[in-house]
Design a protein around this ligand. Structure first.
Ligand code: 0X9
Ligand code: CA
Ligand code: CA
Ligand code: ZN
Length: 324
């Protein structure tokens, strides 16, 4: 198979259509809300999937975020796979039925719709990563959303201060509307002083990796990350990787980043946050643009990992035999 064409992947408009179709077909199981707007004014949408979906029930909540990086279109297909699988298999597959009766699932299919549209809208891909926010004093466009989160932002040499860089961190933490919208959404899930979201996966491509905090330091434990926390991340991350054949490792073992989403989710919000780097392992598999023919296989490949994370969402520490 050759490389992908833009038409191999859903457009952002097609994603919104799919979300609306799922709501219409499964009104008691699926809802969606616009949680805010991108720099260029596009809707950033969160899908909720659970039994009695209209009610905010006392069930552990799990968040899946996709497409922080514009060109990582396979991650949007991952969101659409989860939407399809969790709806069509509810009431049929016993595990999915049990999980959706006891969990509230949130899916944000595109954190960076402006970047996705920019990368996909012409006849050929533009290899774009960042959002589409202008930077003052330069023609260089865009902030790397995954260097713009508000935990140890810019601390440690894991991002760039140059607007022309692909890892530009922005002028301040949460300066990108897309980062702020998702962070505000997560903060809005603090109910009665308790963060309702207990677990999270941020989907990226590529490398076939399961990554966990911290990314800003090589240290295995740090302020806000105890030995039990680190052991739980490692055990759960390894269990997830056992299901999809990815390589499990601490984020910083890949390379140091600062202001990336997982560090904020964990240190600021206490959420067990993983970063998945999907197919392929290397540029030889198509890099950011694998052919559309691999989409069914490479999205279904993460089915068990997602269900496993949902199972542990009541208490991740269970996996090391400890109770929170
Ligand atoms: O650099 C990133 O933001 C992620 N990789 S990607 O190729 N999709 O851009 C990885 C972030 C994981 N965190 C660390 N490596 N610290
Ligand atoms: Ca429910
Ligand atoms: Ca709830
Ligand atoms: Zn990425």
């Amino acid at each position: 198979p050759g490389a992908a064409a833009p038409a191999d992947y859903h457009t952002y408009g097609q994603v919104l259509t799919a979300v609306n179709a799922a709501r219409a077909q499964y009104p008691s199981l699926v809802s969606s809300r616009v949680i805010g707007r991108s720099y260029q004014g596009r809707d950033i949408v969160a899908i909720k999937i659970s039994d009695n979906v209209a009610a905010d029930e006392a069930e552990p909540e799990v968040l899946f975020t996709h497409n922080q990086h514009a060109r990582e279109h396979l991650t949007v297909e991952m969101a659409l796979y989860l939407l399809d699988e969790l709806t069509t298999q509810y009431g049929t597959d016993p595990e999915i039925t049990q999980l959706l009766n006891t969990r509230e699932v949130w899916i944000i299919p595109s954190v960076n719709p402006d970047g996705k549209v920019y990368d996909q809208e012409s006849g050929s891909f533009r290899n774009w990563r960042k959002n589409r926010q202008p930077n003052s004093g330069t023609t260089a466009v865009g902030t790397d959303l995954n260097r713009n989160w508000a935990y140890r932002w810019g601390c440690c040499g894991g991002s760039s201060g140059s607007p022309s860089s692909d890892t530009y961190r922005g002028p301040s933490a949460e300066s990108a509307p897309e980062t702020r919208v998702v962070a505000d959404f997560v903060r809005s899930r603090i109910v009665g002083g308790q963060q309702q979201i207990t677990a999270h996966i941020d989907f990226h491509t590529y490398g076939e990796l399961v990554l966990w905090p911290f990314g800003y330091t090589y240290a295995d434990t740090a302020t806000g990350l105890t030995q039990d926390d680190a052991a739980t991340f490692r055990a759960l991350g390894t269990a997830l990787a056992d299901t999809n054949g990815y390589t499990p490792q601490q984020s910083s073992d890949l390379y140091i980043t600062d202001g990336s989403v997982g560090d904020w989710m964990w240190a600021d919000q206490g959420i067990f946050s993983f970063t998945f780097e999907m197919y392929p392992t290397s540029a030889f598999g198509g890099g950011f643009y694998p052919p559309g023919s691999v989409i069914p296989r490479e999205t279904a490949r993460n089915r068990e990992a997602v269900l496993t994370l949902l199972q542990y969402a009541d208490c991740a520490y269970r996996i090391i035999g400890a109770e929170a």
